[in-house]
Design a protein around this ligand. Structure first.
Ligand SMILES: *Cc1c(COP(=O)(O)O)cnc(C)c1O
Length: 387
């Protein structure tokens, strides 16, 4: 429930601006597509090692590199690559590391488009399975000889179930598979998966890291060697780069990440606790209510503001009624911004929800910065049907 003081320092810290004279408090935006060299030989040298030189902004750009350094430091990883969106980072991992014949094992409910990408990769000969039973022993039996990547989300999408990350990483490594985890929910402040055995961490920067619903971004953090490989095989070729101005917005978001996360955490916990005791609510899905608190405590240092609940009346009509009656939640996709947001995976498709093991009528809340009293009163009125 606490943020490491070193992380506070990284978030607030300077960006290595010019050493001489007064320096700007905010990093410069290097808004250029290309960099000119003093002579042809230097250009050729730059082109020869484009990962290490600013030659062309589809490769390296100083504004992007500044935010990459910050994210790598926060994740306790060697290096980071930023992308135009979370999905661009996720695509880079899969396209950059896999080949025909490889198999991906997904463990837990994972972000929908991540699975859609895996389905698309079937046409390139990459197969996958999704495991929704989370015991590490079952992960072992789901591994195939061709499993090259074990993909985790913890807490997972929609139900926020927590995985035993170190145990699953051990199983994956015994089978010579890499472990990639989507750490968007917890942010590096509340969970450092590389220390728990993961090999690669991916993030959407669009949610908490940016934090203001005004930028799309993504990132991956892993070893310097794998970043080198993914730079050449994925970033540079797929071209899904983070633009300098968007990198600057992401960087600005990181500067206030600790204060925002503490507020998201406290207010969401209060709203979740309120809903848990509400007669019109059957169940609240938040990692704080996990059946094994010791597991959660071992690998997480705090909670963010995204959770879900199952209304006692799980009908589609009630989902529409409750959502439409809320006055302080925006009805929208995405999450992680300063404004509270509501959405539901309930669209009347029982087969889809059953396959995902998501309860009927589930409602997901992203608790912003407005404060729990206001939001709880709003939910109370909407659930009681007094509007
Ligand atoms: C939104 C999201 C993504 C994708 O990020 P984009 O920036 O929208 O591409 C990936 N993982 C999770 C868990 C997300 O919620």
């Amino acid at each position: 429930m606490q943020i490491d003081p070193r992380d506070l320092a990284i978030c607030a810290g300077d960006e290595g601006a010019a050493a001489e004279g007064p320096v700007p408090a905010a990093p410069p935006i290097v808004q250029t597509s290309l960099f000119a060299f003093p002579d042809f030989a230097s250009l050729l040298e730059g082109l020869h090692a484009e990962h290490a030189h600013t030659v062309y902004t589809r490769g390296r750009n100083p504004t992007v590199q500044a935010v990459e350094r910050k994210l790598a430091a926060l994740e306790h990883g060697e290096a980071c690559l930023c992308f135009a969106s979370g999905m661009a980072a996720i695509s880079a991992v899969m396209l950059g590391l896999l080949r025909a014949g490889d198999h991906i094992l997904f463990v837990n409910q994972v972000y929908g488009p991540t699975l859609q990408l895996a389905r698309h990769l079937e046409r390139f000969g990459v197969e996958h399975d999704v495991l929704l039973d989370l015991e590490p022993g079952l992960v072992a039996s789901a591994m195939r000889p061709a499993t090259r990547l074990v993909w985790l989300e913890s807490p997972g999408t929609m139900l926020f179930r927590v995985l035993d990350i170190p145990a699953i990483a051990r199983v994956a490594h015994e089978h010579h598979a890499l472990v990639c985890i989507d750490n968007s929910w917890a942010t590096p402040l509340f969970q450092k998966p590389l220390e728990l055995g993961a090999d690669i961490v991916v993030h959407t920067g669009t949610k908490y890291l940016g934090g203001h619903s005004d930028v799309m971004a993504g990132a991956l953090v892993t070893s310097a060697e794998r970043v080198h490989q993914l730079f050449h095989h994925a970033l540079l070729l797929n071209g899904g780069i983070l633009a300098p101005f968007d990198a600057w917005l992401l960087h600005r978001g990181l500067r206030t990440l600790p204060v925002r996360m503490l507020r998201h955490q406290s207010e969401a916990l209060r709203v979740a606790t309120f809903l848990r005791a509400h007669p019109a609510v059957r169940n609240v899905f938040h990692p704080a209510f996990h059946a094994d608190p010791a597991l959660v405590e071992q690998q997480m240092h705090g909670f963010s503001g995204l959770f879900s609940f199952e209304p006692a009346d799980a009908s589609l009509a009630n989902v529409h009624r409750v959502i439409d009656a809320l006055e302080h939640f925006r009805i929208a996709v995405s999450w992680g911004g300063v404004e509270s947001i509501v959405i539901s995976p309930e669209r009347g498709d029982a087969a889809f929800l059953e396959a995902q093991r998501i309860p009927r009528g589930l409602i997901r809340l992203s608790v912003g910065l407005e404060g729990a009293d206001l939001l709880s009163a709003d939910l109370d009125a909407a659930l009681k049907g007094t509007r």
